[in-house]
Ligand binder design. Structure first.
Ligand SMILES: C[S@@+](CC[C@H](N)C(=O)[O-])C[C@H]1O[C@@H](n2cnc3c(N)ncnc32)[C@H](O)[C@@H]1O
Ligand code: SF4
Length: 381
């Protein structure tokens, strides 16, 4: 079924080297009412055909592209929804296919209550270096509103199980502005997280994504959004995490020294990457593709030797520049001032009103600008 490292065709020797790989594992114990990722619950398609399809997709990509990963990211969905033997087959299969000699970071997203000691030990043994645990909140009240299947106590237990394995890097995902969440509740979530001492924390403001139950509740008036409250929670996030020694290197991402996510940085810097699995995006040069958002169809297509790609876009220079600006603005490092030369007037105005600052021929969002990042970006793209 697969080609070995040695038998990769010489015909793709001139192809650029792809260093960043994403794997989409679309299974979840239950679909959360705010989530818009392509996922399915019930595990109907969580089978051998799916695992083989993923390995086959990698094999095919290796026939036309030079792949030497520096970062690998298993996301979803919930990669830890796979059983121990499935993870062993998939991750072990990848290791025998790919040249892993340049690998620096291998992240896997985990969901509390889907990880026991044997699974955690296997992931560590197979070479995963970074775990991203989707906690969202340490309050059982908030977890219930979010429709999560785990309690805060289970999340702590899962974190401890993972930490005991000694993964070099641990991230905790949190969400704020959960309906009804008071400032003190969010601050307590931050403090509990800081006490656990992961070297990376992602703190996302809840987004009401179209076609979700939360969106319906928002448009139906059951939930309300309050920008001032969101801003207060965001400010508190910046203050508390920075006081605890985390650097806000991207608007929603905070890391201790040396613990930034190289994989996410690669996305934000616009580097080429390959995505595998249903709904996964790939961007190589000017071409962006997306795989079919249907797990059964994805597995069938791979089995039948049919491409899993369902849409393709040629990225214009303007689109690429727009993305570079939007992502660059979100990073603490900001972006090269030259990139905004065509918008000199807008840039000047944003500096005057205190949303942007210029330094060392770079432009960065101010503290207030970070709260209005999307608005600032919309001046340019
Ligand atoms: C792809 S999810 C995977 C994590 C894992 N499945 C879980 O939920 O535990 C990655 C993270 O995105 C964030 N997220 C998902 N939907 C969101 C939304 N509507 N608004 C803000 N953050 C969201 C959550 O913090 C989540 O942990
Ligand atoms: S938030 Fe995570 S667990 Fe919930 S449906 Fe989305 S991917 Fe699955």
């Amino acid at each position: 079924m697969t080609v070995s490292k040695q038998t990769q065709s010489a015909s793709r020797c001139d192809a650029p080297i792809v260093e960043h790989l994403y794997f989409h594992i679309p299974f979840c114990p239950k679909i959360c009412p705010y989530c818009c990722f392509y996922v399915e619950e019930g595990g109907k398609n969580k089978n051998q055909a799916f695992l083989d399809a993923l390995l086959l997709e990698v094999t095919r990509a290796m026939e036309r592209t030079h792949i030497r990963p520096k970062t690998i990211y298993f996301g979803g969905g919930t990669p830890t929804a796979l059983r121990v033997e499935q993870l062993e087959y998939l991750l072990g299969g990848l290791k025998s296919l790919l040249d892993m000699s340049a690998l620096q970071e291998w992240t896997l997203e985990a969901n509390p209550a889907t990880v026991r000691e044997d699974k955690a030990a296997l992931l560590k043994q197979l070479g995963v270096t970074r775990i991203s645990l989707g906690v969202q909140s340490w309050s059982d009240r908030c977890l219930k509103i979010l429709g999560r299947t785990h309690s805060a106590e289970q999340a702590v237990a899962t974190y401890e199980i993972l930490r005991a394995q000694g993964f070099p890097s641990m991230n905790i995902d949190l969400m704020f502005s959960i309906p009804g969440q008071a400032l003190h509740e969010w601050e307590s979530d931050l403090d509990t997280t800081i006490k656990l001492n992961p070297n990376h924390i992602s703190a996302y403001c809840l987004t009401y994504e179209e076609d979700t139950d939360f969106f319906k509740k928002l448009t139906g008036g059951e939930f309300v959004q309050n920008e001032e409250h969101d801003a207060a929670l965001f400010e508190s996030t910046m203050d508390r995490l920075s006081l605890a020694g985390y650097q806000q290197y991207e608007i929603s991402n905070h890391a201790r020294a040396g613990a930034i996510s190289s994989h996410n940085m690669a996305y934000w810097e616009g580097r080429d990457f390959l995505g595998f699995g249903p709904s996964a995006f790939s961007t190589i040069g000017e071409k962006r593709t997306q795989n079919v958002c249907d797990t059964a169809a994805y597995s069938l297509r791979m089995q039948a030797g049919v491409s899993p790609i369902h849409s393709e876009e040629n990225l214009s220079a303007d689109t690429r520049l727009g993305e570079r600006i939007a992502f660059g603005l979100r990073m603490a490092a900001g972006l090269e001032a030259d990139l905004l030369t065509p918008w000199a007037e807008e840039t000047e105005h944003l500096i005057e009103i205190g949303l942007l600052e210029a330094n060392d021929r770079r432009l960065r969002l101010t503290r207030r600008g970070r709260m209005l990042a999307d608005l600032v970006a919309s001046s340019f793209v």
